[in-house]
Design a protein around this ligand. Structure first.
Ligand code: 5GP
Ligand code: ZN
Length: 151
């Protein structure tokens, strides 16, 4: 197994490809998959623009928007554009988008000025975790001192 694998996701016309490229052996594997937004998913509808939202950031893999019920002076959500139910549904195959989302969060924290004082990233999972929207999302909370343990 080569350690120099570069992973990218390419999108075109509602389809996307996981592209794994090994620079050492010039090997490239592209796997085409159908993109399947969930028709009854609130965040899939927000991503598609069917439900309005206040956008913080967008790229080909993720969308960030302000939470409708903010729990801190700054509170936005970052979601993958592909429908993934929660952290519990993260696999080796779809995990790269999670790393990408964390890189986006770090960049936004710098740009929006809360990286210095600090902030919190939270993902609720399932019923006991108080997840109310079953589309993977990371809450980014900033602008006040957080408390621990969380409720
Ligand atoms: P969860 O409870 O699943 O961890 O987080 C879901 C979040 O989505 C909540 O913080 C809730 O306020 C937010 N939310 C629910 N519906 C909407 C909506 O229509 N627009 C926006 N911007 N946020 C929403
Ligand atoms: Zn969804």
């Amino acid at each position: 197994m080569c350690c120099e694998i570069f992973h990218a996701v390419r999108r075109k016309k509602g389809r996307y490809w996981d592209v794994l490229t090994c620079f050492k052996h010039t090997l490239s594997v592209a796997e085409e998959r159908e993109e399947q937004p969930m028709s009854d998913c609130l965040f899939c509808k927000i991503i598609a623009g069917e439900i309005p939202s206040s956008k913080v950031y967008e790229d080909e893999l993720c969308y960030a928007f302000y939470d409708i019920n903010p729990q801190a002076p700054t509170h936005f959500l970052v979601v993958p554009k592909a429908h993934i139910q929660s952290v519990s549904a993260v696999t080796e195959e779809n995990a790269p988008v999670v790393g990408h989302i964390f890189a986006v969060i770090a960049k936004l924290a710098e740009e929006l000025g809360f990286a210095g004082p600090g902030y919190r990233v939270v993902s609720n999972i399932g019923e006991a975790g108080q997840q109310s929207v079953p589309h993977l999302h990371f809450h980014v909370l900033a602008g006040r001192d957080m408390t621990w343990p969380p409720g």
